[in-house]
Design a binder for this molecule. Structure first.
Ligand SMILES: C[S@@+](CC[C@H](N)C(=O)[O-])C[C@H]1O[C@@H](n2cnc3c(N)ncnc32)[C@H](O)[C@@H]1O
Length: 554
């Protein structure tokens, strides 16, 4: 399943927008507002577009890493439409769904017709089907297809899925080109698996049972649903499903390793709301926004890979799940962020990942630390606020923070590239762990458990980590991504507290690690102001109101 992201938690604060939408009459009016919001964003932001260089090679994608295609010729577009699909709630008039991309795998995709500013809402869509809770995080299997065919909207979903890649026509059609052969091989291997496997999710009995359960359903050409159709449904789910569920139009967005869009997790849109759920999207709705400037003729892309991974792991994951190969080549900006030790790229293969490679070992360590972080965080958030448990929680969070410092140093030592992409998740985890120590401390009932000195040292480490993280995120995502906003906020808050409590801590950082230009109170205060403004600037580029206006009027 392709990845989705938590958008609005990113800004680190809940914002009360004094609503004022009572006069909005209908969806049309709402769409005008949306257009206006997007236009306003375009006008006001001083973004990557205004900078002399952009770090992502957005207009010159290497096959499979960009959208899989170079810039599309806008004079020769074949628009595509799907009669079985309902129109999305909103699709920007500045993008077009086309059917003529030189891509294996359906050849369809969204293309920008005009330049799009970062944060532009391009698509708002209701899920065709959300996964049940027990499916979340689990690989899609025949059990998922069984749930689908028993869904209250099964007839509609099955009809819509006929247009998903690989389409029924491709599966049933003659094997003429390289691509259908690939699909054919996948179908055969699914069939062999289900015949030989003793796993309850793939047994022939289950397949036969699903065919029985489909008796009231049929293909669009009125034929009965066969074993082959069920396997095709499984393949279509695997190639097109997202973490939370199934969407038609979102599924038309192709993959890039440095994508220009993000699909927001529907639940995340409401997870930030303690008090006013009305302000957010219902969980079945989902939106796609740009995260950087997109040029006319560029394909809209998201990342199908769930986390930041090395090239070797991305390549294997994309092949395993989506059956396309991003190849061994990298764009120049990604190349800089992927080389290790002697300046070479770790060898990659679509078929397997070498578990002993430096990048694999670091990725495994990051995944383990991530689990530990989540467990510790859950324990802290659910703990009582007595002095004894408060002390214990702070100690646990501190131990985690130290381990994450260690993880970063180890990764840096082994990779020997202080711009490496894998340093990003190490630093994000470290920043989160610092925040957890502060949260645990704030939770303790009476007095703070951290001493003044301990707190200042921790904030100092947050500043160092935040500055490095910001540099890497800007190199990877550009300057207008909402993750950059989150780091700016963390940084400005840590600097602000140190300026008020212990500016000396900052001056000492300056001499040790950070920058030669930061010598005085004024220098740090200017930097704090700059990051705070950056956070506000980027936050403004992702207005939430537009989607809300549209949905309220549906
Ligand atoms: C979710 S669909 C995307 C829409 C698809 N292009 C279509 O026409 O239905 C995923 C499939 O699109 C193709 N695809 C997506 N991104 C690609 C890329 N960067 N390079 C090559 N193929 C890609 C792969 O075949 C993948 O399994």
């Amino acid at each position: 399943m392709a990845a989705e992201e938590d958008p609005f938690g990113a800004f680190g604060d809940s914002d009360d927008d004094g609503d004022g939408d009572n006069n909005v009459q209908d969806v049309k009016k709402a769409q005008d507002l949306l257009q206006a919001a997007n236009t306003a964003t375009t006008k006001t932001c001083q973004t990557d577009k205004d900078r002399s260089t952009t770090t992502t090679d957005s207009t010159t994608p290497v096959h499979g890493q960009g959208s899989g295609v170079d810039l599309v010729d806008l004079t020769n577009l074949e628009e595509c439409s799907f009669p079985a699909w309902d129109s999305p709630v909103y699709v920007s008039s500045d993008v077009k769904l086309v059917s003529s991309l030189p891509l294996f795998g359906g050849g369809r995709g969204f293309v920008a017709l005009r330049q799009l500013a970062p944060g532009t809402l391009v698509l708002l869509e209701e899920a065709l089907m959300m996964w049940p809770d027990e499916q979340l995080g689990q690989p899609l299997s025949l059990t998922s297809v069984q749930r689908l065919v028993n869904h209250e909207n099964a007839a509609k979903i099955v009809a819509c899925l006929e247009d998903f890649h690989p389409t029924k026509t491709v599966v049933d059609g003659p094997v003429e080109s390289e691509f259908p052969v690939q699909v054919e091989t996948m179908m055969e291997s699914l069939l062999t698996q289900q015949q030989s496997n003793t796993d309850a999710n793939t047994t022939p009995q289950l397949l036969a049972q699903i065919v029985q359960e489909c008796k009231t359903l049929q293909n669009r050409d009125n034929t009965a649903i066969s074993t082959k159709d069920i396997l095709r449904l499984l393949l279509a789910l695997r190639y097109n499903g997202l973490e939370s569920g199934l969407y038609c139009y979102v599924a038309m967005i192709n993959h890039s390793c440095q994508p220009n869009c993000v699909k927001f997790l529907p639940k995340a849109a409401s997870s930030n709301t303690d008090d006013n759920t009305d302000d957010f999207l219902p969980p079945t709705f989902s939106e796609v926004r740009t995260t950087r400037w997109v040029n006319p003729g560029e394909c809209l892309t998201i990342s199908y890979v769930p986390r930041i991974l090395s090239h070797a792991s991305r390549r294997h994951h994309l092949w395993e799940q989506h059956r396309f190969d991003i190849g061994a080549q990298l764009t120049p900006s990604l190349q800089r962020m992927e080389v290790v030790t002697n300046g070479g790229l770790p060898p990659s293969s679509k078929e397997y990942v070498d578990d002993n490679s430096i990048t694999s070992r670091i990725e495994n360590a990051i995944a383990e630390m991530d689990v530990l972080f989540q467990t510790t965080k859950n324990a802290i958030l659910s703990s009582s606020s007595s002095v004894v448990s408060g002390r214990k929680m702070v100690e646990q969070a501190k131990a985690l923070e130290v381990s994450l410092c260690e993880l970063f140093s180890q990764a840096l030592e082994q990779l020997q590239n202080n711009n490496h992409i894998l340093l990003i998740p190490c630093l994000v985890l470290h920043l989160d762990a610092c925040d957890l120590v502060l949260q645990a401390d704030a939770k303790s009932s009476t007095t703070a458990i951290l001493s003044h000195k301990q707190r200042c040292m921790l904030l100092g480490r947050m500043v160092v980590t935040g500055m490095k993280l910001l540099e890497l995120q800007q190199a990877y995502w550009g300057h207008d991504h909402y993750d950059v906003a989150r780091t700016c906020l963390d940084l400005s808050q840590a600097i602000q507290e140190l300026l008020s409590k212990s500016p000396d801590t900052l001056y000492q950082l300056e001499t040790r690690t950070v920058s030669n230009h930061l010598k005085t109170f004024r220098d740090w205060s200017t930097l704090e102001h700059k990051h705070r403004k950056e956070h506000e600037r980027i936050k403004e580029m992702y207005p939430r109101d537009a989607a809300k206006y549209i949905l309220k009027k549906l």
